[in-house]
Design a protein around this ligand. Structure first.
Ligand code: S3P
Length: 449
């Protein structure tokens, strides 16, 4: 939500079968990276299927502020003329990343080894999120920074004159931190080695390879991997075809599972195995999800999901699976509330520092909807009640798009309507959500109060 903008509540009611094709938006993670790598490369990068949502548009604006030429030709079709590694200009103003942790943290890395100064800020939600996890390791490259107490934005970073490669282990299960360090390493002399025990999403690594970086990945005994990247190399512009976002597809998908009689198709969804933990979990719960026409597109695997309404049963989700579905726990918790039996979700400390404290927001919302849920320090336990979730609640979204979409989906299957206090943040990741869901048959209305 932009400053001065009013909150926009919305209510969802129990709906008839959801049917049709749900062509969701482009992948957010890949969209940010395509713009950033395009801006660091030499030549013209062409992007198709770019997610035109607020978070990504803020990254596009930041790339312009660093001197890259970023042009929109048509819906989803963009071109970027980069500055080359180490070629960023100093932005003339503060960079405002709105709600986006990914955009801000990746760009911190991308500029931190160039001798310029940049100031980063964001909205009320982003200004509460920890930036020290990126800033502290960036110091190893020689970057200097200041932040508010607790490593909060606004943040100022000054890159060193001559950055040197680093060796570093990322101890948080965060792809943003790993990616920020890989991007910083591009302008640091020598070979940087970044180790992470958790297998977080690997879009930066894949895209760096496609842009001609010297990058290699070595699996570690006992789990995890080390990514090595050589600094001071030239990136060459490339074409990026952005697949549809599995994290956004999750909302129509779960809606179709929960609303009796539904059948939908979600075409060309990204199937990168580090992003598909939700599909795997839902299948274990008994969901009818068929993955058809698996093919390759722009270096990533994609496929069409055919989804039919299903009776779900509770499962224990392995904690090691969390990185591959970290953004999907809010909607999984909704599915769990409608499943027979108990679903245990653990290893979710990171959910406390997302766009909101998602564990607290999900648990409070589910309780208000009459579900049986217990909050744990690192997760939650949901005792499902198929066909018996009362709804009839108004949910606080805490400026969190995924909390808003999850509880609107809950309202489509609950006995009484569920309203959310604000849907404006949905535009940060999935601007077409309301229209797409209505076209499938979702009963959404602006509540009277
Ligand atoms: C993202 C990584 C994840 C995820 C976010 C996108 C990325 O965050 O929650 O939506 O594109 O690298 P963390 O790295 O903080 O886990």
């Amino acid at each position: 939500m932009k400053p001065g903008e009013m909150k926009r509540p919305l209510a969802a009611r129990r709906s008839g079968p959801l049917c049709g094709i749900a062509a969701g938006p482009g992948d957010k993670s890949i969209s940010h990276r395509a713009l950033i790598l395009g801006a660091l490369a030499v030549g013209e990068t062409k992007i198709s299927g770019l997610l035109e949502a607020e978070d990504v548009l803020n990254t596009a604006a930041a790339m312009r502020a660093f001197g890259a030429e970023v042009v929109r030709d048509a819906a989803g079709d963009w071109r970027v003329w980069g500055r080359g590694v180490g070629g960023f200009d100093e932005p003339k103003d503060v960079l405002d990343f709105g709600n986006s942790g990914t955009g801000s943290r990746l760009v911190m890395g991308a500029m931190a080894t160039t001798p310029i100064t940049a100031v980063f800020t964001g909205d009320e939600s982003l200004r509460k999120r920890p930036m020290g996890r990126v800033l502290e390791p960036l110091s190893k490259f020689g970057a200097e920074w200041t932040a508010r107490e607790g490593g909060l934005m606004p943040v100022t970073i000054r890159g060193p004159q001559d950055a040197l490669a680093i060796e570093h282990e990322v101890t948080v299960a965060s792809a943003q931190v790993k990616s920020a360090l890989l991007l910083a390493a591009l302008n640091a002399a020598g070979r940087s080695r970044i180790t992470q025990r958790a297998l977080t999403r690997d879009h930066t690594e894949k895209m760096l390879k496609a842009f001609g970086a010297e990058i290699s990945v070595e699996p570690l005994k006992g789990g995890g991997e080390t990514v090595s990247v050589l600094g001071e190399v030239e990136l060459k512009a490339a074409n990026v075809d952005v697949p549809r976002d599995p994290s956004s597809a999750a909302f129509p998908l779960v809606a179709a599972l929960l609303v009796p009689g539904s059948e939908i198709v979600i075409p060309a969804v990204l199937l990168n195995s580090r992003r598909t933990g939700l599909f795997e979990t839902l299948k274990e719960m008994g969901a009818a999800i068929e993955i058809a026409k698996v093919r390759e597109s722009g270096g990533e695997e994609v496929g069409d999901l055919v989804v039919r309404a299903s009776s779900l049963r509770g499962v224990e989700v392995p904690a090691e699976r969390a990185p591959s579905m970290i953004d999907e726990y809010p909607i999984l918790a909704i599915a769990a509330a409608f499943a027979e039996g108990r679903t245990v979700m653990r290893g979710l400390e990171e959910l406390r520092v997302k766009e909101s404290d998602r564990l607290a927001a999900i648990v409070a919302g589910l309780k208000a909807c009459g579900a049986n849920v217990e909050e744990l320090a690192d997760g939650m336990i949901v005792e499902g009640r198929p066909g018996d979730i009362s709804g009839g609640a108004r949910i606080a979204t805490h400026m969190d798009h995924r909390i808003a979409m999850s509880f609107l989906v809950c309202g489509l299957a609950a006995k009484e309507r569920v309203s959310v206090d604000d849907v404006s943040m949905i535009a940060t990741s999935f601007p077409e959500f309301e229209t797409l869901m209505r076209n499938l048959g979702a009963d959404f209305k602006v509540p009277n109060k």
